[in-house]
Design a binder for this molecule. Structure first.
Ligand SMILES: *[C@@H]1O[C@H](CO)[C@@H](O)[C@H](O)[C@H]1NC(C)=O
Ligand SMILES: *[C@@H]1O[C@H](CO)[C@@H](O)[C@H](O)[C@H]1NC(C)=O
Ligand SMILES: *[C@@H]1O[C@H](CO)[C@@H](O)[C@H](O)[C@H]1NC(C)=O
Length: 249
């Protein structure tokens, strides 16, 4: 069984960071929805390709994370449901047949979602920063990572690519807890903060936890505990500790 597994890990550096891809083929071939479920279970999601540089990295063939609900819907990415801006359609693609997208050496085409194909997953791992900072200093640090335009006078880190980590799914938590084991503090800051009595993820994602204790007062932020079992803890934002940044979806 093991012998049939064809899994290729591709590591490529993006401004000093590594994006991890995993390619599944041969006995792993499956339909788009099942490939998506597999990637979400074992990695982050089916791959999300945002630009020509990322597209150039993967020259094999298989499902990617792009799909549409039906022939009259927009093309969206599996991760976050974002409408696709960058595309690499092949000649005469897409056509009206098929709502799931397949890449063939970097050129995309739509196919029947029920067909079984190889597929490509990616891992979005949080980055642990082993410096002791207040929540706000930590936020600045994350947003300055690989920032696209820090010269824009209108906003400090306009179009920032990184943020303090948003941890939504159980898989996000598992990956974050793993990274946190290397921290020099027992707890690390995450992107959870309390703004005017409302808990929110600073990265913009919707609050997922219904069981949060009633918000205390302003000035409290969320941590992930190295050894804890709770999804988060609540601390004074002025305390200094290590923190987790993540690349925004
Ligand atoms: C895809 O693979 C599954 C499981 O092996 C099989 O049941 C199914 O018929 C295949 N689908 C197609 C369209 O070949
Ligand atoms: C951060 O704080 C921890 C715990 O107080 C300490 O062990 C560690 O050396 C500090 N790290 C830095 C870079 O100052
Ligand atoms: C966390 O777990 C490690 C290893 O099990 C242990 O050495 C450490 O003291 C624990 N820290 C806290 C704050 O419980």
């Amino acid at each position: 069984m093991r012998k049939n597994i064809a899994l290729l890990l591709i590591l490529f550096p993006v401004c000093g960071h590594l994006l991890d891809f995993a390619y599944y083929t041969d006995s792993y071939k499956r339909n788009w929805a099942s490939a998506q479920a597999f990637c979400r279970k074992h990695h982050t999601d089916l791959v999300h390709i945002r630009n020509a540089k990322e597209s150039a990295v993967f020259q094999g063939f298989g499902w990617i994370g792009l799909y549409r609900e039906d022939a009259s819907s927009p093309w969206k990415w599996s991760r976050g449901g974002e409408i696709a801006i960058f595309t690499m359609w092949d000649h005469n693609e897409p056509d009206q047949y098929g709502n799931c997208v397949y890449t063939n050496s970097g050129k995309w085409g739509n196919k029947d979602c029920n067909d079984n194909h190889s597929f490509l997953c990616y891992d979005k791992k949080p980055i642990l920063v082993k410096e002791n900072k207040t929540w706000e200093e930590a936020l600045d640090h994350c947003r300055s990572l690989d920032a696209m335009d820090t010269d824009d006078p209108a906003s400090l880190y306009w179009k920032h690519r990184y943020d303090l980590a948003t941890l939504i799914t159980p898989d996000d938590h598992t990956a974050a807890r793993k990274s946190t084991q290397e921290a020099t503090t027992d707890e690390v800051w995450t992107g959870l903060c309390n703004l005017a009595g409302q808990w929110l993820w600073v990265g913009g994602e919707q609050m997922q936890y219904e069981d949060l204790p009633n918000c205390p007062i302003d000035g409290f932020c969320g941590v992930l505990e190295k050894n804890g079992t709770e999804p988060f803890g609540i601390r004074d934002c002025q305390q200094k500790r290590n923190f987790l940044c993540y690349k925004r979806p």
